[in-house]
Write a protein that binds this ligand. Structure first.
Ligand code: SF4
Length: 110
């Protein structure tokens, strides 16, 4: 969930122009809100912000408050979710690139 005065990543938020009443919903309506996040280019930053600032209400980074509480319980020693998630994203990018290298790891035909 992003407002105009949020950190710089907020400028790319899909929900920036959404009605706030549609964003801070509860129960099953959260699934519709979460759908907004699916293609959001700043999803990682948004989730990290919510986790690092212990934001309890609303959908952030495609997660509900309940899902974020579960993450925080599962990883109580994380001091920077932003660093953790950015590292994970970079690693995923490296692995994806390695898988796409022509001939990399393929058996030779013939
Ligand atoms: S991930 Fe979802 S809540 Fe966060 S900025 Fe994007 S659309 Fe908004």
């Amino acid at each position: 969930m992003v407002t105009a005065d949020r950190e710089s990543w907020g400028a790319g938020a899909v929900c920036l122009t959404a009605d706030p009443d549609d964003l801070f919903v509860e129960g099953a309506a959260q699934n519709q809100t979460k759908a907004l996040c699916t293609g959001c280019p700043v999803r990682t930053e948004c989730l990290a912000h919510a986790l690092d600032h212990r934001i309890e209400h609303g959908v952030w980074g495609g997660t509900t408050e309940r899902e974020r509480r579960a993450l925080l319980r599962r990883r109580p020693t994380v001091t920077s979710w932003r660093r953790l998630l950015e590292t994970a994203r970079a690693e995923h990018g490296r692995q994806s690139t390695a898988r796409q290298e022509p001939g990399e790891g393929r058996a030779q035909a013939g």
